[in-house]
Design a binder for this molecule. Structure first.
Ligand code: ZN
Ligand code: ZN
Length: 259
């Protein structure tokens, strides 16, 4: 398995919901011995959220990463990245942002809109419950289907390099409270999504951000990573760090989890 543990392709700065500047993130990454990083703040959204970058910040964001890229040239590669959310109802908005010149883009689904109501699948527990109850009438299978179909649609746009936290909807599924990943209906959704990733020649992120939540299993779960490897999908590591201390978090544990 070729998995570069010195490459962290997913982290946030104060441009979105991170706690440190781009310069501070780069400095810590270099001190931790990483050789490649991507700054991937949350894409601006066409509605208000507590976590996204503002559209008018985008030029400064790109400029600031470019400055770090030059500062670390020859010592550590710094990529101008973006975690782009995909919401079909706002496809044109994201298309214009994705078409800008990025070193690396991540496709993520955080929000599912039903009717006119956005529901967060990866927010806190209360937000997940609200999404399940109000948007999906307490039907977890419909929620899972909507999530994976939206992610497949994102993949099929061909706009992205990496699929982010593929099974993030399991965030609150401790002790299989909502669903069982071993069930056929769920496994089929995952298989179809992986096939789409393979067909687009995208990479799959192993996101260690999950280790900070009660679920404590990476996104995606090891069985999904193994299926991806069987399909020949390339893997990359992402810490989803929102603080410098979390850069490269628990990357050294992944090999054991996959054996
Ligand atoms: Zn995300
Ligand atoms: Zn993220």
């Amino acid at each position: 398995m070729s998995l570069d543990l010195h490459n962290d392709t997913h982290m946030h700065s104060t441009y979105s919901d991170g706690s440190a500047t781009i310069a501070a993130m780069a400095e810590t990454a270099f001190e931790k011995g990483l050789t490649t990083i991507a700054i991937t703040d949350h894409v601006p959204l066409p509605f208000d959220t507590r976590y996204a970058m503002k559209m008018e910040q985008m030029a400064a964001y790109r400029k600031e990463i470019t400055r770090e890229k030059r500062a670390y040239e020859g010592r550590m590669a710094v990529k101008i990245g973006l975690e782009i959310e995909y919401i079909p109802e706002h496809k044109d908005w994201f298309a214009s942002i994705a078409s800008m010149d990025w070193d690396l883009t991540i496709a993520s689904v955080h929000t599912l809109i039903v009717g006119n109501t956005p529901g967060m699948v990866n927010g806190n527990g209360a937000e997940f419950h609200t999404c399940l109850d109000k948007n999906f009438n307490k039907d977890i299978r419909t929620l899972c289907r909507a999530y994976y179909h939206t992610l497949q649609e994102a993949v099929q746009t061909g706009w992205f390099d990496i699929v982010g936290h593929l099974d993030v909807l399991k965030k609150h599924n401790t002790k299989n409270r909502f669903f069982n990943e071993a069930d056929t209906w769920y496994r089929e959704l995952v298989e179809d999504t992986l096939d789409a990733v393979r067909d687009q020649k995208m990479k799959l992120e192993i996101n260690m951000g999950a280790m900070a939540h009660p679920i404590a299993v990476p996104y995606p779960s090891p069985w999904i990573v193994k299926r991806a490897q069987k399909k020949g999908i390339a893997l990359v590591m992402g810490s989803d760090a929102h603080h410098p201390k979390d850069i490269g978090r628990e990357f050294d544990r992944i090999q054991d989890m996959l054996t």
